[in-house]
Write a protein that binds this ligand. Sequence first.
Ligand SMILES: Cc1ncc(COP(=O)(O)O)c(C=O)c1O
Length: 357
Amino acid sequence: MINVTKTHMPKKEKYLKYIDKIYESGWITNNGPLVQELEKRLAKHLNVKNIILVSNGTVALDIAYKALGIKDEVITTPFSFVATTSSLVTSGIKPVYADINPITYNLDPDNIVSQITSKTSAIVPVHVFGNACDIEEIEKIAKKHNLKVIYDAAHAFDVRYKDRSVLEYGDISTLSFHATKLFHTIEGGALIANDDSIVEKIRYLINFGIESEDNIPELGINGKMNEFEAAMGLCMLDDMDYISMKRKAIVERYKDGLRGIVDFQEQNTNSTQNHSYFSILFKNSTTLAKIQKKLNNEDIYPRRYFYPSLDTLSYVHSPKPMTISQSISKKILCLPLYSSLEESTIDKIINIIRKDT
Ligand SMILES: Cc1ncc(COP(=O)(O)O)c(C=O)c1O
C-alpha cells in the first residue's frame, strides 16, 4: 500500500541508545535533558532565537493564543488542516475567514482588510504546504490595525524567507512534529517567539500555568513534550539532509512528468522550498475523482489536502462562502511523498494521471 506519506524511521540502534539514557536517568518527562538538548539543537538548525517544544501542533496553537491574549475574533484561512480552525473554536475565539490566493493557496492580504472589525484581535495565516505567505503585506495590515500575527507554520520546517527562518516572522510561529510531517517527534510541536517575555510566559503556560513552586500566575494547560519523543527528534535531525535531498528529487520527477497536465502551486520567490507536500490541481472535481479511483485501484492513496474548505464546517459560521478556497479544495490532491518512495512508483502515478487527465 502506498500512502500519501510514510513516517521516516531513523536507525533503531541510535534511538535505543537514547532510550538507554532515559532508563538510566529515570527522567521521562517534565523538561528532561533530551527535550532541553533538542530545543538547543533545533534553535541552531533552524537559526531561531527561541524554540519551545510542546506535545503537538494543535496545543502549540492553543498556547500561542493564550500567550498573546487573543480573544473575540481572528482572521484566518479557510484552506488548511482542520486544527487551524478547531484550535480557535476550542479556545473560545471566532474564526473569521478571508479567502485565499488561487495560485499560492495562502491567505490573500487583499481579502483581510474588509474582514477586520473592532473585535478582531489577530491574524492566523498558514504557510500552506511550506509555501511562505505574503509576509510583508500581512505585517503591514497587522501593524496598521494593531493586530497580532500567529503563523501556523505546521508545514514550514526548514523554510527560509529572505535569508531568515520563516519562523521568525510574526509574533509567534507554531510547528507540528506529527509522524506525518517532514521532521517529526512521533507526536509533537513547537512555538517560536522573538519576544523573551512571551517565551517566559509560554514556558509556564505549557506547565499548567505554574511559574514556580508557589506561583501560578495564569490558567495554563499540560502541553509538555516527553523524553521518548525528544529522542526521536534528536535522531531525525541527523537524517534531515538525506530526507530533504530525496524529497526534492521526487518532487522534481513528479513535476517533469506532470507539467502541462495539471497545475502546480505557485511558490513564493522570496522563500526556499522544503518539499513537505506535493499538490496537484485538476481542472475539475470529476477528473480528480476519476484519477483518485484509478490510483486507489492500484493500492495508491493520495490525500485530498485540504478538503472540505473550513468555512463549510458545521461548527463555524461564515456569512459568505469562501469561493476560491471551496473551488481549490474540490480539485486538489496531494501525491505520495516520502524519502523511500521508489522511482518506479512515481512513474506509475505519473502515467495514471497523464493517461486520464
Ligand atoms: C496546518 C496545520 N496546522 C495544525 C496542525 C496540527 O498539528 P498536530 O497534528 O501536531 O496537532 C496540522 C497537522 O497536522 C496542520 O497541517
